[in-house]
Design a protein around this ligand. Structure first.
Ligand code: NDP
Length: 312
């Protein structure tokens, strides 16, 4: 352990983390950013990003994240390719531990650890990832306009993704594993009202078929045991996300789904000097551009916090 108390440690390397780093570095806060296990975050498993402003021809997710990292480094962010696996927010100086066991101290912490999509766990799902298998209709739906698609899940996310896709796809097949949906009543009504959205109740995915790209999906009715095949060009998994917030328990307030709670309109958590941004605190929008926006907010909040304390 060194005696240095850093001004700002950023945990996470998606759009929120890197944007926080760009702002913090330009404010002379000398930020240190820990990338975590998946440097670049969820965009590293996204092919074309077409909805991030400033890229009129689109950009590959990994390339965009490299650009974010370069921009953060240009202003002096120190990027460390390690995971933070323990924190202690009990004192005025915050402590975090990296996977190597190093103890790091900071006056302010910006959390940008993101969320991870849950997957079914089928080998064909992994094999056809980005070849029609996706966990984000808003990101990838556009590539399948005019084509039939399958969505799996019965919660609000699945309902939202399916109704979104129904605006651009002739038929959307929604696979629900029980005889009812978990989604809110209003979302369920929207699903049932949408004519080109066909709900398959009590239905599980057996296999996603296709050599180079998704061509069809084999499903099984778990009441009758009957299997059948649905022709589709894409398979959207919408069975929930898990925010990467385990290490912040019990220090930070979280909602029932373990998303970090922030004071509305700010990035403040319940602990002074600890700020949260990106998907770790947002289950509603979950876009690269909104994550970047909240990363910017966190850096500005941290800067004001440090200035008010006379630290910078
Ligand atoms: P949820 O956990 O609410 O729902 C997950 C759904 O996926 C459930 O229907 C579940 O089935 C199903 N599921 C889970 N595992 C499997 C599997 N292996 N195979 C097939 N189906 C599976 O997650 P959501 O992402 O939908 O929502 C998370 C939270 O975010 C919720 O609180 C939701 O209300 C909120 N949200 C709000 C929105 C809004 O307000 N606009 C939009 C999106 C989300 P089962 O029911 O059988 O367990």
């Amino acid at each position: 352990m060194s005696n240095t108390i850093h001004n700002c440690v950023i945990i996470g390397s998606g759009p929120a983390g890197y944007t926080a780093a760009i702002y913090a570095a330009r404010a002379n806060m000398n930020p240190i950013l820990y990338t975590g296990k998946e440097p670049g975050g969820q965009l590293m498993i996204t092919n074309d990003v077409e909805n991030y402003p400033g890229y009129p021809d689109g950009i590959m997710g990994p390339e965009m994240m490299q650009d974010f990292a370069k921009q953060a480094e240009r202003f002096g962010t120190k990027i460390i390719g390690e995971m933070i696996d323990k924190v202690d927010f009990s004192g005025p100086v915050h402590k975090v531990w990296s996977e190597t066991g190093e103890e790091v101290h900071a006056h302010s912490i910006i959390i940008a650890t993101g969320a991870s999509a849950k997957w079914l766990g089928l080998p064909s799902e992994e094999r056809l990832m980005n070849q029609g298998v996706s966990a984000c209709a808003v990101c990838d739906g556009f590539f399948f306009r005019g084509k039939d698609v399958v969505v799996v899940g019965g919660g609000d996310t699945a309902a939202e993704e399916a109704t979104y896709l129904a605006k651009m796809c002739p038929t959307v097949h929604l696979l629900v594993r029980r005889d009812e949906m978990r989604a809110s009543k209003i979302m369920q009504e929207r699903v049932l009202r949408t004519e080109n959205l066909k709900v398959h109740w009590n239905t599980e995915t057996v296999e996603i078929n296709g050599e180079e790209a998704v061509e069809s999906v084999t499903v099984k009715n778990n009441k009758s045991g009957e299997t059948s095949t649905i022709q589709a060009s894409a398979f959207f998994v919408a069975i929930g996300h898990k925010p990467n917030t385990d290490i912040f328990n019990p220090w930070l307030d979280m909602d029932d789904n373990k998303y970090l709670k922030t004071t509305p309109g700010t990035s403040y958590t319940n602990v002074e000097g600890v700020f949260a941004s990106g998907d770790a605190q947002d289950h509603v929008y979950r876009q690269a551009v909104t994550a970047a926006g909240t990363g910017c907010m966190a850096a500005l909040d941290a800067e004001r916090y440090l200035a008010a304390k006379g630290i910078i």
